[in-house]
Write a protein that binds this ligand. Structure first.
Ligand SMILES: Cc1cc2nc3c(=O)[nH]c(=O)nc-3n(C[C@H](O)[C@H](O)[C@H](O)COP(=O)(O)OP(=O)(O)OC[C@H]3O[C@@H](n4cnc5c(N)ncnc54)[C@H](O)[C@@H]3O)c2cc1C
Ligand code: SF4
Ligand code: SF4
Length: 562
């Protein structure tokens, strides 16, 4: 029997071990048992209630405890011993941001680039479109604004592109490929998740074949995100590296359930990363009328160069990235665009910069309007307008945003065509035919740590597991799968071989560069609307260096605590 102070201090020690990444999964059972014993045996109120926080968090946040132990990861960014710096912790790929900032500032561009692509093989592409998870916890925000970590890796990748330095770094990484394991792995879907899994596994010596239903690799980065945000040649150049590493691509092949059954017998592992591409229907009268298109379908048509007859006036429904991309693309095709969104501006899930750019370019946005009915032309076949319910903001709902409430008023917005983009989801029927199980959230069920599905040797990752997320989150899933597959096939923990240590400055900056984040140049407004040329010009050299000097070097914990 434990005395009360002894029991609670033992529980505290267990929590400290978990927070320091020194615990094992057994610690969780021991902590639970200890908590129950203290609770049951204590005579005073303190003992009876003291273990409650431990027991309830073990009950409701078990996965977070497990993440601390199995992944040495603290999602909240609180357990300091588990991460290098807050930015590294919140970047889904855990890029060593202080390292590349420091190397670049010191003029070591090849080393900076090498440290970047070891962790993120699409730095120029992702640096353009990332949701910049790294900025969310950047400590520089306590002073003014976060460091432009992603824009810096974009800059480095942009200026090294096509140079001898780039070639040398890529050759070095190619040379380090481990000897052939003789194991063949199939990847289905060439989006960010599948490509990232392929990138790591080929370097670990496995034979990789990627099957893709479309004619090129990139997934949504190639067929969804418009070229004015992510130019095609940049993405193509970065994906080229996978070909050079020896990944075999088979394009224009839609994988069917029967393929899975036969491949499972012949290959060491199958990785399914086919995304969440099914558009959520509007489910209002008139959605089958001519002139009503899904936002992603429209974006894909633009990406393949197919014309969509939009007419003059276009209404876009939705508040996320797909809606904004569709609206800005329609604008570039000469339409007058009005976007309708059922909540307030601050509730829009789309990236703030994208919303600001859409407005600047001339997209009119109507907030607090919910689509009620699509109005047909006199022939009854074509869209003529959209009937909207006028909403007002009520109390906060479970999403933390104010619930839109119908005021009973309506209005009609005339239009020649309509693009709806109210969300995407996993194609459940298709996935089930593969023999995969769905979660209650209609995403693919997989082990959260290895991403192995209920079928042994079959892994799933990216949007199909998380639900629609961000590109770098999908890449992180690909990385997680690669680590699990390699551990399974080799019986060893070899992932660290892919990340040698870099020698970079470990000095706390006494006078970090003052001032807010550098302002990024953009394409002239008139030129923008004439086509799909890239809008963001990125940082210039002086700005990129300045951003490196703005970093507070939160990775240097010992020095900074002096
Ligand atoms: C319009 C739009 C804009 C976005 N903007 C951003 C942004 O700015 N920043 C950001 O970070 N994220 C953005 N996202 C989200 C991001 O693109 C996704 O989270 C990411 O691409 C998911 O990667 P994935 O590999 O899981 O799937 P996907 O990118 O969807 O790739 C899946 C691949 O699998 C292929 N495939 C599907 N079924 C089969 C089959 N049966 N056989 C063979 N191949 C198959 C598909 O053709 C596709 O190439 C955006 C999404 C959309 C739709
Ligand atoms: S200040 Fe530098 S090290 Fe600290 S979180 Fe921001 S980028 Fe990372
Ligand atoms: S990948 Fe995204 S989150 Fe990670 S460092 Fe780059 S911009 Fe930041």
């Amino acid at each position: 029997m434990h005395s009360l102070p002894e029991g609670l201090s033992q529980a505290l020690k267990m929590l400290q071990d978990i927070a320091a990444g020194k615990a094992s999964l057994d610690t969780l059972n021991q902590a639970r048992e200890l908590g129950m014993v203290i609770k049951d045996s204590a005579l005073c109120g303190l003992g009876q209630t003291g273990p409650n926080p431990l027991l309830t968090t073990l009950n409701y946040f078990l996965q977070e405890y497990e993440e601390h132990i199995r992944d040495k990861y603290c999602d909240a960014g609180v357990c300091q011993e588990l991460f290098l710096a807050p930015c590294e912790n919140s970047c889904p790929l855990h890029m060593n941001i202080p390292a590349y900032l420091s190397l670049f500032e010191a003029g070591k561009i090849s080393a900076a680039f090498e440290s970047i692509i070891r962790e993120n093989f699409l730095p120029a592409s992702i640096g353009r479109i990332c949701h910049f998870h790294c900025k969310l916890r950047c400590r520089r925000e306590d002073i003014d604004t976060p460091v432009a970590q992603g824009e810096v890796h974009r800059y480095i990748a942009d200026i090294i592109r096509g140079t001898k330095k780039e070639e040398k770094v890529r050759k070095q990484i190619t040379k380090e490929k481990l000897p052939s394991s003789g194991k063949s792995v199939i990847v289905i879907g060439a989006g960010p998740a599948g490509l990232t899994a392929a990138y790591y596994l080929i370097r670990l010596g496995h034979k990789i074949t990627v099957y893709e239903q479309s004619s090129q690799a990139g997934g949504i980065l190639r067929w969804g995100i418009p070229a004015y945000r992510l130019p095609r040649d940049i993405l193509k150049h970065e994906i080229e590296f996978l070909h050079k590493l020896g990944v075999k691509f088979i394009f224009n092949k839609k994988v069917l359930p029967a393929d899975i059954i036969s491949w499972k017998k012949k290959h060491a592992a199958l990785i399914i990363a086919t995304g969440a591409y099914k558009e959520i229907p509007l489910a209002i009268p008139g959605e089958n009328l001519k002139g009503v298109f899904s936002g992603s379908h429209f974006l894909k048509s633009v990406a393949v160069g197919k014309k969509t007859a939009l007419g003059r006036k276009v209404v876009v429904i939705g508040g996320g990235n797909v809606a904004i991309d569709a609206a800005r693309s329609a604008l570039r095709l000469g339409a007058e665009v009005t976007l309708v969104y059922r909540r307030q501006e601050e509730d829009m899930p789309a990236n703030r910069m994208e919303i600001a750019d859409a407005k600047l370019e001339g997209v009119k946005i109507l907030f607090m309007r919910s689509p009620k009915e699509i109005v047909a032309s006199s022939s009854g076949k074509k869209v003529k307008g959209l009937k909207l319910s006028v909403m007002q903001a009520g109390f906060c709902d479970s999403s933390g945003r104010k619930k839109p409430l119908d005021t009973g008023k309506t209005e009609v917005l005339p239009c020649d065509s309509m693009l709806f983009a109210i969300g995407e989801r996993v194609d459940g029927e298709f996935v089930k035919k593969f023999g995969l199980e769905l979660t209650p959230y209609k995403t693919v069920k997989a082990d959260p740590f290895t991403l192995e599905t209920g079928i042994k040797g079959v892994y799933a990752g990216g949007d199909m597991v998380t639900g629609p997320g961000t590109a770098v989150q999908a890449m992180a899933q690909g990385k997680r799968i690669a680590e699990a597959v390699d551990r399974n096939l080799s019986g060893k923990d070899r992932f660290k071989l892919l990340y040698p240590d870099f020698d970079y400055d470990k000095v706390v900056p006494l006078n970090p560069e003052p001032g807010t984040k550098s302002k990024i140049g953009t394409l002239n407004l008139k030129v923008r609307l004439k086509g799909f040329s890239e809008v963001s010009k990125g940082l210039i050299l002086a700005q990129a260096k300045r951003e490196c000097r703005r970093c507070l070097r939160c990775d240097l914990k010992e020095e900074s605590s002096i």
